[in-house]
Every structure is written in structure tokens, then in C-alpha cells.
Design a protein around this ligand. Structure first.
Ligand code: NAI
Length: 475
């Protein structure tokens, strides 16, 4: 017999599980269906972010950063390390534990909020009088009927043409988090977010890493100053980043991979790697969703087509996160999930897509929000720019991490903050202040007049705001 709910959410990644919780808070009866299993076959809600994305990569970035600090930087602090040794299985085990704690946390939150969880793959079955019939293909087959459905099925790594992922030699973000030994030579195709973060992890652990990037520019979406500073810092650390590389034939065998490519001067190369990470973007997950059964419209790239409010072409069917247009970011998915739950319950929430922050967790970290300087130039907008280097920040000097800067772009007439670009220590945390200011449509002067604790890295934000008006105090 079918089980009835007000809302069925398909997918328990950051978009789906948050939508389910918010809807339950608003008094709806909610089911959330997710197929992800851990190695023991147990439910592992949390999607790509929790299982093979944000969370495990940050665990590995932290561990590898500790290792590199102990190896290369403790000596500056007068700490001598003897017999430093890497126990990769412990490092990976810790990462798995962190992931599992997050999976369990979501299951706990479902219980707490009375969200009914189903472990299995969900697909649209039919339009019925009470709404939508959804089939769940799990340990036991279930039929769910709900007035509203939220599709939050996420995305998967895009493979290189004729080169399927085997997750042993040719790796997606998933296999790249599970290598059981440090490769001697690691190749990466794509110097985007995943390539840079995972390339950094394995370089710190001892691999020789070469990243082949097709675009002639490094991180084309980032502010040019940030991209330049980051490229220089990452290259100095030993990441070999080849821009404008045209990758041709890639041959993978059990032993390794050979990659033919032309460099930016059209010179041909053949590189041999032990492992290859392919990180050239992601594609939306709609296979097996039953979209065609009920006429759910996909766009020409396979994303579920939605309007600004995440409504699909079908009544009371919504879609959020990576499976719809917009940046593939966990926090964007979460905000869409909350907004949809609130819209279903009659509220009128609003998401400001112009203030979604971006973060790349390399060392130095990069984070930005709003317009880049090149955007403003293209728009012909009159702006003022203030920049403050971490080199001039006392806390950064004490930390021993002075790479990078904070850069603020403000309207020349109104002083409204239009964009903030950070490269440097804890950029991921510092960007929050910029997002708040921009959400309130505040001015650089507002940041400059807010009392920032001393000594903190956040003072670099205040100083950059002062620099917009050419009155930085410490630089
Ligand atoms: P990406 O879109 O960030 O970067 C892909 C890169 O591959 C681009 O620089 C592109 O020019 C290059 N590329 C594409 N085709 C190529 C080819 N044939 N040869 C050489 N280079 C090629 O995609 P990525 O890194 O796979 O990440 C996917 C998504 O995951 C991103 O949209 C990102 O938003 C999300 N993500 C976010 C993270 C964060 O917020 N810190 C961390 C990891 C992923």
C-alpha cells in the first residue's frame, strides 16, 4: 500500500536533506529518499558533499596540511621532528570516520525532525489524484504518494571522452579520495576546484603532481589578482600547472596512464602518470529518475529545467541544487532547499544569487563574493579598489602565513561594496563578513568603521576597506 506524505524529497545531499528538515519544521509530513550506501551497505545520506566531496576532501586537506607543516615548517618555530612518517591508512581511516559521523548526523536530524527516511533509489511513477506516485527501489520496494516532490539528485563527475572512470587508475573525485598509496606521479586534467584541492592533497603527501588545464587563463572566473597570486603560490609549492594544454589521446592500463597533449605553444608531449584525476566539471544526475514517465522537462544539457523559484514544468514538482542551473555548490543547494520548503508552505523567501560566496580550499585559500574587477571593467562601472596584504597583518605574521591579500571593490559614487576577493589564510572564514555587508548593501566605509578584534586576520578586511578610501592605517 502506498505511503502518503505532504512532500517527498528525492536525494539527501545538502539540497535535499535541508529541504526535508525545513519542510518538517513547517509542519509538513515529509519523506526523504536516498540511495547512497556506505561500504557495509548501510544508508549514507549527505550526497556527494558528505560522501565524496566537501567533507572528505577537507579532512584530507587538513591531514595533509599537518603533514606538510611538520615536514617543512615546524623547524621555523624551533620544533624539531624526528622520524616523521605518514600512515596513509590511518589518515584515510580518519577521513572515513569524519564522513560517517556526518552520515549519522543527518540520520539523527531526520529522526529529530520526524522526516521518514527511505534507503533506495526513487523514480517518478505516475501522476495520481493525490499528487505524485514515487517508486522506491530499495531493500523493499515502496510506493510513496505526495502532493509535492523536490528533486535533489545532485551531479556526477564528467568523464573525459572515451575514458571511463575505473576509480583505480582513472579517478573521479571519488577514487581520488581513496588511493591506498601515494602515487609517485599524479596527473590531473582540469585546474578547477577539484583538481586544485585534490592535487594539493596528494602533492603534500609526496606525489609529483602535474595539472593540465585546457583554458589559457588560470581560474577564469576568479578575480585576476587572486588567480595570479594563487598560481604563483601553488607553483612555488611544487604543483606543476600547464595552462592552455590540449589533451589528446589518453591511454590507461592497469599500471598507469599515458596522456598525449599539446602545450600552449602547440608542442606535442606524452606524459606518463601512475594515476590520473579527471576533474573537468560535473553533469546532473537524472538517469533512472523517471523524468520521461511523467514529462519532467530537462534542458539541452540535461539539467532539470526550473524557474527562479526552483519550480519545474510540472505542478508541485520542484528541483534544487546541482541538478538545476547555477553554481554546483553545497551552500547554494541548501539555500534553494530551504526556499522551496518555505514556498510550499506559502512563504515568499528570496535567494540573492549575487552574494553566493565561492571558496577554494587550497593553501592559500581563495574566497570571493560579488563582482570581479574584470566584471566591473566590462560593465564600464565606476569603482574604487582597496587592497591589503596579509604581509602587513600582525596575526598573519605570528601565524607564519603571510601569502595573499584582501581586495575590496566598491562603487565610486555610493561606496557600496560590489565584490570582495581574498587569497590567504582562512579566506573561507573571512569571506562571511563580506557576504553580510553585501547582503545589507553596505559600503566599504561600513566595514572600515566596524571594530575588528586585534590581532586577527579579519583586520585585513577592515584595512582593505580603509584602502578603498586610500586611508589604510597599517600599510
Ligand atoms: P570546474 O568547473 O571547477 O573546473 C573544471 C576545469 O577543467 C576548468 O578549469 C576547465 O577549463 C577544465 N577543463 C574542462 N575540460 C577540459 C579538458 N578537456 N582538458 C583540460 N581541461 C579541461 O570543475 P571541477 O573541478 O570538476 O568541479 C566540479 C564542481 O564541483 C564545480 O562546479 C565546483 O563548484 C564544485 N566543487 C566545489 C568545491 C568548493 O566549493 N570548494 C570543491 C570541489 C568541487
Amino acid at each position: 500500500m502506498a505511503k502518503n506524505f505532504d512532500l517527498v524529497v528525492i536525494g539527501a545531499g545538502p539540497g535535499g536533506y535541508i529541504a526535508a528538515i525545513r519542510a518538517a519544521q513547517l509542519g509538513m509530513s515529509v519523506a526523504c529518499v536516498d540511495a547512497w550506501s556506505d561500504e557495509k551497505g548501510k544508508p549514507a545520506p549527505g550526497g556527494t558533499c558528505t560522501n565524496v566531496g566537501c567533507i572528505p576532501s577537507k579532512a584530507l586537506l587538513q591531514s595533509s596540511e599537518h603533514y606538510e607543516q611538520a615536514d617543512k615548517h615546524f623547524a621555523e618555530h624551533g620544533i624539531k621532528v624526528k622520524g616523521l612518517e605518514l600512515k596513509l591508512d590511518t589518515l584515510l581511516g580518519r577521513k572515513d570516520k569524519v564522513v560517517n559521523e556526518n552520515n549519522q548526523g543527518i540520520l539523527f536530524l531526520f529522526k529529530k525532525n520526524k522526516v521518514t527516511f527511505f534507503h533506495g533509489k526513487a523514480a517518478f511513477n505516475a501522476k495520481v489524484d493525490a499528487g505524485w506516485s514515487i517508486k522506491v527501489n530499495g531493500k523493499e520496494a515502496e510506493e510513496l504518494v505526495a502532493k509535492h516532490v523536490v528533486v535533489a539528485t545532485g551531479s556526477s563527475a564528467r568523464s573525459f571522452p572515451n575514458l571511463p572512470f575505473d576509480e583505480k587508475t582513472v579517478l573521479s573525485n571519488d577514487g581520488a579520495l581513496r588511493l591506498t598509496e601515494v602515487p609517485k606521479k599524479l596527473g590531473v586534467i582540469g585546474a578547477g576546484v577539484i583538481g586544485l584541492e585534490l592535487g594539493s592533497v596528494w602533492r603534500r603527501l609526496g606525489a609529483e603532481v602535474t595539472i593540465l588545464e585546457g583554458a589559457p587563463e588560470f581560474l577564469a572566473a576568479a578575480d585576476r589578482d587572486v588567480a595570479k597570486e594563487a598560481l604563483s603560490a601553488l607553483t612555488k609549492q611544487g604543483l606543476e600547472i600547464k595552462l592552455g594544454a590540449k589533451v589528446g589521446e589518453v591511454k590507461a592500463s592497469g599500471k598507469g596512464v599515458s596522456v598525449a597533449y599539446k602545450d600552449s605553444a602547440d608542442k606535442e608531449h606524452n606524459a606518463e602518470f601512475d594515476k590520473l584525476i579527471v576533474s573537468i566539471g560535473r553533469v546532473p544526475n537524472t538517469d533512472g529518475l523517471g523524468a520521461e514517465t511523467v514529462g519532467l522537462k530537462l534542458d539541452e544539457r540535461g539539467f532539470v529545467e526550473v524557474d527562479d523559484d526552483c519550480r519545474t514544468n510540472l505542478p508541485n514538482v520542484w528541483a534544487v541544487g546541482d541538478v538545476v542551473r547555477g553554481p554546483m555548490l553545497a551552500h547554494k543547494a541548501e539555500d534553494e532547499g530551504v526556499a522551496v520548503a518555505e514556498r510550499i508552505s506559502g512563504q515568499q523567501p528570496h535567494i540573492n544569487f549575487d552574494t553566493i560566496p565561492w571558496v577554494i580550499y587550497t593553501s592559500p585559500e581563495m574566497a570571493w563574493v560579488g563582482k570581479t574587477e574584470q566584471d566591473l571593467k566590462k560593465e564600464g562601472r565606476d569603482y574604487r579598489m582597496g587592497k591589503f596584504p596579509f604581509m602587513a597583518n600582525g596575526r598573519a605574521r605570528a601565524l607564519g602565513d603571510t601569502t595573499g591579500f584582501v581586495k575590496i571593490l566598491a562603487d565610486a559614487k555610493t561606496d557600496e561594496v560590489l565584490g570582495v576577493h581574498i587569497v590567504g589564510p582562512t579566506a573561507s572564514e573571512l569571506i562571511a563578513e563580506a557576504v553580510v555587508i553585501m547582503e545589507f548593501r553596505g559600503a566599504a566605509e561600513d566595514i572600515a568603521r566596524i571594530c575588528h578584534a586585534h590581532p586577527t586576520l579579519s583586520e585585513a578586511m577592515k584595512e582593505a576597506a580603509l584602502a578603498v578610501d586610500k586611508r589604510a592605517l597599517n600599510f
